[in-house]
Design a binder for this molecule. Structure first.
Ligand code: ATP
Length: 228
């Protein structure tokens, strides 16, 4: 019998995709032996509805440029093509229905998202539908107190562990919340937008990829944002 596949799902605004996202994707793929790593850009993330977000087409184009050349990194347009804002709980139900028979699913998020998880729609269901991988991020420490003892008991702290050790902890049908320090990267989309606004082209290439930086410069994205 074929081995079950492992598919990672990485939700976010990706405005734009940056080196931190790509480092997370590559390190997590390696540590968890992920077969397919899916970026799932949000139509507009529910918690960012008031902020000015680039068009779905621009965010998709930058994701395509940022992931080109890496066959494992793919983009799903599921949330972008929906009629309304999709919530993570709906997205995970969709991917479960599509893949669950032959794949284990892993939803990936940064430590900042984890601290806010209890504000997500149906967050307890979100945490129960699939495995989760919480990736450390500078400035955020990990705690599971806010999710309560039952869910906290499903946390598997794999910081410092090898791929073999991690694989032994993955059990089909028994989703866990993995915490990993496989990536520890300071970059944020906010920093990319700031570099674009201030026309710091070298920083822009380093914070994203040269192709994404070129797209941002060519279409003059983020020039007029007035965020700090
Ligand atoms: P912004 O600066 O606009 O808040 P962001 O850099 O957090 O954006 P998002 O697209 O909002 O980027 O993030 C999508 C997902 O990636 C979230 O789960 C977020 O926590 C995670 N993430 C983003 N940057 C990093 C990073 N450097 N390390 C680990 N996780 C990250």
């Amino acid at each position: 019998m074929d081995q079950r596949k492992r598919i990672a799902i990485y939700g976010g605004t990706f405005d734009p995709v940056h080196s931190g996202h790509l480092e997370v994707a590559r390190s997590v793929s390696q540590l968890f032996a992920i077969d397919e790593f899916l970026f799932v850009p949000a139509r507009v993330a529910p918690h960012k509805q008031d902020a000015q977000v680039s068009s779905a087409i621009a965010r998709y184009a930058m994701l395509a440029l940022g992931t080109q050349g890496d066959p494992k990194l793919c983009i799903s347009t599921f949330e972008l093509e929906g009629q309304a804002t999709q919530y993570t709980v709906d997205t995970l139900r969709h991917f479960r229905a599509q893949f669950e028979e032959f794949a284990d699913l892993f939803f990936v998020m940064g430590a900042d998202s984890w601290t806010e998880i209890t504000s997500w729609r149906d967050w307890e269901t979100v945490l129960s539908l699939v495995n989760h991988i919480v990736v450390t991020r500078p400035g955020y420490s990990f705690s599971a107190e806010h999710v309560g003892p039952e869910l906290a008991a499903r946390v598997a702290d794999v910081r410092g562990m090898s791929g073999t050790g991690v694989s032994e902890l993955i059990e089909p049908g028994r989703p866990k919340i993995f915490v990993t320090d496989a990536a520890m990267c300071e970059v944020s989309a906010t920093a990319v937008r700031r570099a674009a606004r201030e026309n710091r082209l070298d920083d822009l290439s380093r914070l994203t990829t040269p192709a994404v930086a070129e797209y941002i410069t060519k279409y003059r994205l983020y020039r007029n944002t007035n965020e700090q």
